[in-house]
Design a protein around this ligand. Structure first.
Ligand code: 13P
Length: 250
């Protein structure tokens, strides 16, 4: 049986003082879980988070990284810069990056490759919009995101990647996919990975659900066979709520 990977995506929230308070409250609340706990924090909170989480079971992640090692890329951050300060995970291709910052399947692939090369674990996000789902295109969109976004990724590399299925219509809306919808979509994604990488690799791959997941719906979602964890936005900003999601699955 796989454990679950529960990651908080703080997005653009928490000044240092608030971050410290949240992490200090969180540490004792999640210390006994057998699940993997990750917090993906803004760049300015990374060093603080790494320091506070040292010798705890909480792993620290960033929310993006560039594909080049260095150079004239104002406002970007290199994977090696994250690695150097002790960051372990990095969210890549979040729908907010795709929607507001021109992220494409091709740039997702480049960023993922660079993150892996630096020894980071990418959490690669995919998911359909409401229009895509309602027009019967959900599977086409997910398949395209996987085929294009993982084009040059080898089976060995896949073992170091976490995938997050986040239907865009469920993010920050309070509308969660039902357990069955989330499980079906993730099961479909797994079948696409299986076509390329084989059954064992696909079964071993961690695929999280994200989108209005919280302390109330986490247990049911995490009990679904295809759902290997969660990527939590709003509920990860409150230590007690995030801890309840982490502890929802024993
Ligand atoms: P919410 O949990 O706020 O819906 O956000 C989900 C998300 O985008 C996590 O990456």
């Amino acid at each position: 049986m796989k454990n679950k990977i529960v990651a908080g995506n703080w997005k653009m929230n928490k000044l240092q003082k608030e971050a410290k308070k949240l992490i200090k409250t969180l540490i004792p609340l999640v210390k006994d879980t057998t699940n993997t706990v990750v917090i993906c924090v803004p760049y300015t909170d990374l060093a603080t988070a790494v320091k506070l989480c040292k010798d705890t079971n909480i792993h620290v992640g960033a929310q993006n990284c560039h594909w080049k090692e260095s150079g004239a890329f104002t406002g970007e951050i290199a994977p090696s810069m994250l690695k150097e300060i002790g960051v372990e995970y990095v969210v890549i291709g979040h729908s907010e990056r795709r929607t507001y910052f021109g992220e494409t399947d091709a740039t997702v692939l480049q960023r993922t490759q660079a993150a892996l090369a630096a020894g980071l674990k990418p959490i690669v996000c995919i998911g359909e919009t409401l229009e895509e789902r309602n027009s019967g295109n959900m599977e086409n969109v997910l398949k395209r995101q996987i085929v294009e976004g993982f084009k040059d990724i080898t089976a060995d590399q896949l073992a170091n990647i976490v995938v997050a299925y986040e239907p865009v219509w469920a993010i920050g809306t309070g509308v969660t996919a039902t357990d069955q919808q989330a499980n079906d979509a993730i099961g479909f994604c797994r079948s696409v990975f299986e076509e390329k990488y084989g059954k064992e690799a696909a079964d071993n791959l961690y695929i999280q659900y994200g989108g209005s997941m919280n302390e109330k719906n986490a247990e049911a979602l995490l009990n679904m066979p295809h759902i290997d964890g969660g990527l939590i936005g709003g509920a990860s900003l409150v230590a007690e709520k995030f801890a309840a999601v982490v502890n929802a699955h024993k």
